[in-house]
Design a binder for this molecule. Structure first.
Ligand SMILES: *Cc1c(COP(=O)(O)O)cnc(C)c1O
Length: 435
């Protein structure tokens, strides 16, 4: 039996299975809460991006946005799949280096890169820095001078696209903390500045228009606006870009309401648009870079919890409480993100009522799922929540001094612990006595 809306099966015992392993076995062996990833799905997601570009015969780079889920094991899989990697901090770069990720395939982002971060990037010869603001241009040039090195860069621009109930409105002046505005001349000013710097190799433009996007329209408008700008730069300055980085943001399915389109479709549309615009402009087609995060890991991960207390409020609702919550999955509390789940040890039982799943933290907003249809549930049952692979572990925190959960990878019937569960000693490890 296949679980509705999610790429997982129910085994002959009626238990939820991931990558050929019974999730109730994983819960009892490794404890809960537990993040479980199906590595085969991660690989499949990587390959659908890479192979589509290959099939279209287009020069492209696909970089995994590691903020979605970064750990040494995860980056080892990304390395095996030959993707590039995006990092946004020293910590993410450090993790990549620990994973022995080829540094020339690492790109660095961030709207406030520190001197230490840029120095680490330069010393480790990373492949590209995506420049976000004027301060960074000057800081980078002086650090490159000091280290006597060169660096490839892209310029992050904000095309000013907003979506409003399926109507796309191009705002003249987008209010964003990221990048150089295309509409007020800042991008062109930055472009001119880059040319004064001999150690900075300007490769092209970057734009990332948002996340969990389900249509191609906004991407296509972004491409159009980028080419408008490039046209001006070509006429005024004789410039042609080598790279166009269109960011990430490809939507995935969290609940039955989400209807993601296949990644192949986004890529085909984008390639078509870039090809047409390049032809019109009379320039060779630039290399296309993409940066999916959520689309690589989101649907490949689930979280297992143990159900504890239940509360029936007559005429109002039934609550079940789990042994995790906003500490391991911040998204519902942060932006009302919606999830679906099943009782892993009763995955073949038909639902008999709706319950709302409460986290154990001292916040009323710590509700993981509202109105989840479930069979009769008991204390000790295991709840599996789907599509927690992106921005779950990476946003985990220690609120209420809860230790961070463990992460297990499964692939073709074997499982491996890849991030240990934290202990209480880990939770207090930086605390010092005062008296
Ligand atoms: C967050 C981010 C991504 C990845 O976004 P997803 O929605 O996870 O695909 C890619 N590029 C940049 C610059 C980002 O900030």
């Amino acid at each position: 039996m296949i679980i509705d809306n999610h790429p997982f099966k129910v085994n002959e015992l009626g238990h939820l299975e991931v990558g050929g392993i019974d999730t109730t076995y994983l819960a009892s062996k490794y404890g809960t809460p537990l993040y479980v990833y199906d590595v085969e799905l991660i690989r499949k997601n990587c390959r659908s991006f890479v192979q589509t570009f290959n099939n279209l015969n287009v020069n492209a780079k696909v970089a995994y946005a590691s903020k979605a889920f970064s750990s040494i094991a995860m980056l080892q899989v990304i390395k095996q799949e030959n993707l590039c990697l995006d990092v946004v901090s020293e910590g993410e770069l450090y993790t990549a280096i620990q994973a022995d990720f080829p540094t020339e395939k690492i790109h660095m982002h961030g709207n406030n890169k520190s001197e230490e971060e840029l120095t680490m990037a330069i010393e480790n010869n990373i492949g590209c820095i995506v420049i976000d603001n004027f301060n960074e241009i000057h800081l980078l040039e002086s650090l490159l001078e000091k280290h006597e090195k060169q660096m490839d860069v892209l310029l992050r621009v904000t095309p000013g696209i907003e979506s409003k109930t399926h109507q796309y409105i191009m705002t003249g002046n987008e209010d964003s903390k990221f990048g150089f505005n295309l509409n007020n001349g800042q991008a062109e000013k930055a472009f001119c500045l880059l040319h004064e710097h001999s150690r900075i190799q300007f490769k092209g433009l970057h734009c990332h228009i948002g996340s969990q996007i389900f249509e191609t329209d906004r991407f296509l408008i972004a491409v159009e606006l980028l080419f408008q700008e490039l046209n001006t730069w070509k006429e005024k300055h004789g410039y042609t870009p080598e790279v166009l980085n269109l960011g990430g943001g490809f939507g995935i399915r969290y609940t039955e309401k989400d209807n993601p389109i296949p990644y192949e479709f986004y890529i085909e549309e984008l390639v078509k648009a870039v090809r047409n615009h390049s032809r019109k402009m009379g320039i060779p087609m630039p290399e296309i870079w993409l940066e999916p995060g959520r689309a690589i890991v989101g649907n490949a991960g689930i979280t297992l919890y143990t159900i504890g207390s239940q509360k029936h409020i007559p005429g109002t609702r039934d609550y079940i409480s789990i042994n995790g919550g906003m500490t391991d999955n911040l998204r519902p509390a942060l932006y009302q993100a919606k999830y679906e789940g099943v009782i892993a040890n009763k995955a073949s039982h038909p639902p008999v009522r709706d319950v709302s799943v409460a986290g154990k933290c001292c916040e009323s907003g710590d509700m993981l799922i509202w109105d989840l249809p479930v069979p009769e549930v008991n204390n000790g049952d295991v709840l599996a929540v789907f599509s927690t692979g992106a921005y779950g572990y990476s946003m985990a925190n220690h609120y209420n001094r809860l230790p961070k959960a463990a992460v297990v990878f499964v692939e073709n019937g074997t499982e491996k612990l890849v991030v240990r569960r934290e202990s209480y000693m880990d939770v207090t490890k930086n605390d010092l006595h005062y008296v």
